[in-house]
Design a protein around this ligand. Structure first.
Ligand SMILES: Nc1nc2c(c(=O)[nH]1)N[C@H]1C(S)=C(S)[C@@H](COP(=O)(O)OP(=O)(O)OC[C@H]3O[C@@H](n4cnc5c(N)ncnc54)[C@H](O)[C@@H]3O)O[C@H]1N2
Ligand code: MOO
Length: 401
């Protein structure tokens, strides 16, 4: 059985970023830049006032002085003249500093009197002036390739006058759920059957991670039908299957895909839940075969599918972020498989994060998974730990899962 880190490294090494496409700025949030964003203008374009008040020569701005107000410079309508000795221009936040002026007298420190203004507080040279190019300059790369765009980045791309962005295409991921016993939510359930949760949970996870999920029709435990549906794999950047990954005679994924030319990369990982994970390739399409147990499928998706989507989206495809937290209860020693225990999260009086693993860790229990906000890692052969010991955990809401 392969260690988790080796499995993820092999998956990531086999994947490449998707091609670039151009999207309108508002559609760029959450996408990964395939090309850096370059400022198409300088911001601010000239020296501007950071405050409402008066632009003047600092030498004139001593307490008690009275200056002649010769014009106005609101944002967007620069004053065309020059500020001379004993003169001031009414100015507003964002207004261009007129020629001749070198400081701002705050409105609160002045008394207007018709066409004159009285200085009530001596000014400091250069105060309240934002210099041309303070934020960025034309031609500078303001956002690098390989960055996943935040709302803040969209603001920066907009401010730097970029209506279009070049991003990686969202990886298209086909989801194939298999099993005679499963039915779609709302459809008639066969005798002894269950409702398929995996495809929907995976589609939501894929979408949250920046992928474009396509839920394929459920395939029964029939190699020909599975093979037929898998024949559509070429349309996807990755095919994800669930169920049929294990050793039973109904566990048909490898057999069915084998007839289609499936090349196995590896099978079985030293982890719990999720041991029977399959990785391989069908033609040019990578295939990730997740176990059928719903919790196993989701834990494997967190550990392998999210990094894979990130890699295909143009990111490095790093392991999910681990946080050092405290266990609220003692933990038993672990065997040779990495254990990802579903745990709830709370905070102690000092604000430290505590995790409490659910008492029953069965890989069929979706209610427990939904309530758990953390996966606590018990490394292979980890020693027993007392309560309040440090452990590593993946915080699921941080992944949007
Ligand atoms: N003798 C052994 N038996 C099993 C082993 C083993 O090593 N030796 N491994 C166990 C482990 S671990 C897991 S995990 C499961 C995984 O098996 P499969 O991937 O072959 O999954 P199935 O047998 O098809 O289904 C398992 C379980 O999950 C339910 N299921 C399947 N698809 C869905 C779906 N779309 N939505 C919700 N639930 C689904 C299915 O009804 C079964 O209850 O194998 C163990 N057995
Ligand atoms: O690994 Mo299975 O995923 O334990 O239930």
């Amino acid at each position: 059985m392969l260690p988790v880190e080796d499995a993820r490294a092999r998956i990531i090494a086999a994947l490449a970023p998707t091609a670039a496409e151009t999207v309108a700025l508002p559609d760029g949030a959450g996408r990964v830049l395939a090309r850096g964003v370059v400022a198409r203008l300088t911001q601010p374009p000239a020296d501007v006032s950071a405050m409402d008040g008066y632009a003047l020569r600092a030498a004139d701005g001593t307490e008690g002085a009275t200056l002649a107000v010769i014009g106005s410079s609101p944002a967007g309508r620069p004053f065309g003249g020059t500020v001379g000795a004993g003169q001031a221009v009414r100015i507003f936040t964002g207004g261009f500093i007129p020629t001749g002026a070198d400081t701002i007298l705050l409105q609160e420190d002045a008394t207007a009197d018709g066409d004159a203004v009285r200085v009530n507080e001596t000014v400091n040279p250069g105060r309240h002036i934002r210099r041309r190019g303070l934020d960025f300059s034309e031609g500078a790369e303001v956002l690098p390739a390989g960055r996943r765009l935040t709302a803040r980045d969209i603001g920066l791309a907009a401010a730097s006058n970029n209506p279009w962005l070049t991003v990686h295409r969202k990886p298209r991921i086909g989801i194939l759920a298999t099993g005679d016993e499963i039915a779609l939510p709302g459809d008639p359930i066969p005798a002894g059957g269950i409702v398929s949760s995996n495809a929907h949970a995976l589609a939501a996870l894929i979408r949250a991670s920046g992928g474009d999920p396509v839920v394929l029709p459920i395939a029964p435990d029939d190699t020909d039908i599975i093979a037929g549906v898998a024949g559509t794999a070429y349309a996807f950047d990755m095919l994800v299957t669930t169920g049929g990954a294990s050793v039973g005679e109904h566990d048909l994924i490898q057999k069915a895909l084998g007839a289609e030319g499936f090349e196995l990369g590896f099978w079985k990982i030293a982890m719990r839940p999720g041991k029977p994970l399959i990785w391989g390739r069908l033609g040019r399409t990578p295939v990730l075969g997740l176990p059928g147990n719903p919790v196993s499928a989701m834990v494997c998706a967190v550990l392998f599918l999210i990094p894979a989507i990130e890699r295909m989206s143009g990111l490095p495809g790093a392991a999910p972020r681990m946080r050092r937290v405290l266990t609220s209860v003692p933990l038993a020693e672990n065997d040779h498989r990495a254990d990802y225990q579903r745990a709830s999260v709370s905070f102690d009086k000092e604000g430290r994060m505590l995790v409490t693993p659910a008492p029953v860790q069965d890989s069929s229990m979706l209610a427990t998974l939904a309530r758990a906000d953390a996966l606590v890692l018990r490394a292979p052969h980890a020693h027993a730990l007392p309560a309040y010991a440090e452990v590593e955990a993946i915080i699921l809401p941080e992944l949007g899962v």
